[in-house]
Design a protein. Sequence first.
Length: 190
Amino acid sequence: MKFLKIAAISALSLALSAIAIAQAPQADQSMQLAQSPDQGQVHPVLGQAWPEEPKWLGPGPMPRHYLISRWGIPEPYASMTNPLPKRHETLERGAAIYAQHCASCHGEQGAGDGEAGRDLSPPPGNLVWLSDVPEKQWDAYMYWTTAEGGTLLGTAMPAYKDSLSNDEIWAVTAYIQANLPFVSQWRFFD
């Protein structure tokens, strides 16, 4: 009886692995270079090419998570760390930037329920959920997300690299990472 259970589990595991491999996109079939709408140049992304259709990037409302789980963060963002001091002033600055540039879509509490984002597909990212996952503490991920926005991912999030300074992007990153907007949780800042 024990042997049959082990054999059944092994067979199921093998079958699921085969299905996953068979459904994985082949580089020569479904991966191509996407053009940057800003520069009109071809961008190799993450050491590979972008999917032919950015909206294909996997299930769920947050395609960026699917992308990094498969290919990681692109250069030059991959090794970035937040240079700003971990202080309340940084978070206050980040809170002001968030209120001005992010809350209309992501909502005041960061739940992705802002008025301007209600009809977007995919919907704005739920930053409350994001605050509970490891990516939130990954400076490179947070900076890349804010700087590049969602154009290449087929989402409506604007790129802020040309409208916010590096320090402003880092400040809003710190604010989100500090479990926005709960001031009582800013404990790791002096």
